[in-house]
Design a protein around this ligand. Structure first.
Ligand code: C2O
Ligand code: CU
Ligand code: CU
Length: 418
């Protein structure tokens, strides 16, 4: 608008999708889409205003996953939007380029709202050139992966639950079953998001060539790195580069995973499955792509200051540190801009991950920027987090398991930044 703000409009509404031939599926979506949501985009330094209107029949919220912002703009359970109402958060984008996303976060109903279809990407751009493909939809392509089980009438099955929530037998990529991409270039940058309620994916190429990992949840790596596969638990993102041979067809595929859990758990989570995600069809002829950049614009590694606060989070089943989520209880108080060590202990047998709002971090000793970290059963993961600079002693942010049924069951805590 005239004052230089980037004003985005987003409506959450109900619609009908056709995933299966001849069958209609009632779904929810953003921005007039029956399922999913438009990719939102903003550049570092932008003042962003989003007008979120709720046309759904029930109260929801819209959370900007991965965004550093004031707590009142976060869109967690404390910012409900009643049916017919519009919520207008505003913030300045103050973080490096990254693949973020947005989704509902109403306490106790997040899984159901996301499962109906509410999820979209929110890309943060940096003016600095990267040397990576950046033509959106041409060679810079979103790959939003989720899973559903269909009832005989075509509706999403919300009844067949596992201990980890809703695990689907059909994969949807960008809202489609087994889609293909007829690429016009042999080099693609794929922005992967695991938007599933519970299912994990181990993403690889079907031809055995490595993926080139260039980014994780919160931004680019110091340099491109070959990766045989990339494990994404719910809420995690990765940016990978795929070079194709002209005329070739390659599947992006999810392979069986070792989640470190007992086999019954892995089976019920679908970790034994091999799933085709997206077929990539290379153009018949194309000039070979230039060499990949040897370094990428990268936020320097976090250094844990002497005397930094360490917080221990014990991830028990449905509890964090023995407590169930309570909207009226503040569990942690974090100084604005603090760099802290969070020690995540999964003391039980179920797979969990941990997502922290308003924070960007690195697993101790690594350079990959994260906001959602897998914590396998009976293991401890140490993460150095840097928190946002917006103090608000009243409005809490959340940390929680991003297996959405676990979150809904109370595996969530609250912190304020002061
Ligand atoms: Cu992606 Cu608290 O959420
Ligand atoms: Cu989040
Ligand atoms: Cu969990």
């Amino acid at each position: 608008d005239r004052s230089g703000r980037r004003v985005l409009d987003l409506v959450a509404g109900a619609g009908t999708s056709s995933f299966l031939a001849g069958r209609a599926t009632p779904t929810w979506g953003y921005g007039g889409l029956p399922f999913g949501g438009p990719t939102l985009r903003a550049t570092r330094g932008d003042r962003v205003v989003v007008r979120v209107r709720n046309d759904l029949p029930e109260t929801t919220t819209t959370h900007w996953h991965g965004m550093t912002l004031p707590a009142t703009a976060d869109g967690g359970p404390h910012q409900p939007i009643a049916p017919g109402e519009t919520w207008t958060p505003e913030w300045t984008v103050e973080q490096p380029a990254a693949t973020l996303w947005y989704h509902p976060h109403p306490h106790g109903s997040t899984e159901r709202h996301v499962h109906r279809g509410l999820a979209g990407l929110f890309l943060v751009d940096d003016p600095e050139p990267t040397g990576l493909p950046d033509r959106y939809g041409v060679d810079d392509v979103p790959v939003v992966v989720t899973d559903r089980t269909f009832a005989p009438d075509g509706s999403f099955d919300e009844a067949g639950r596992t201990a980890h929530g809703l695990v689907g037998s059909t994969v949807l990529v960008n809202g489609a079953v087994r889609p293909y991409l007829a690429a016009s270039s042999t080099r693609l940058r794929l922005r992967l998001l695991n938007a599933s309620p519970a299912r994990c994916y181990r993403v690889a190429r079907s031809d055995g060539a490595p993926l080139v990992l260039v980014g994780t949840d919160q931004g680019l790596l110091p340099a491109p790195r070959d990766a045989a596969d990339v494990l994404l638990t719910p809420g995690e993102r990765a940016e990978v580069v795929v070079d194709l041979v002209p005329g070739a067809r390659v599947w992006l595929r999810s392979l069986p995973q070792d989640l470190g859990a007992v086999s019954g758990t892995e089976r019920s989570l679908g970790a034994r499955d091999t799933l085709d995600l997206l077929e990539l069809r290379a153009p018949a002829d194309a000039a070979p792509p230039p060499p990949l950049p040897t370094t990428l614009p990268h936020d320097p590694a976090l250094v844990l200051p002497a005397g930094a606060t360490t917080r221990v989070l014990e991830l028990g089943d449905d509890r964090i540190n023995g407590r169930e989520m309570d909207m009226r209880r503040v569990d942690e108080v974090v100084p604005a801009g603090a760099v802290e060590l969070w020690e995540l202990r999964n003391t039980h047998t179920r797979p969990h991950n941990l997502h922290v709002h308003d924070a960007r971090g690195q697993v101790l000793g690594t350079h990959a920027w994260k906001d959602t970290v897998y914590v396998p059963p009976r293991s401890t993961v140490r993460v150095v987090f840097r928190f946002g600079r917006h103090a608000d002693p009243v409005t809490p942010f959340m940390y929680h398991c991003h297996l959405l049924a676990h979150e809904d069951q109370g595996m969530m805590g609250q912190f304020v930044v002061v």
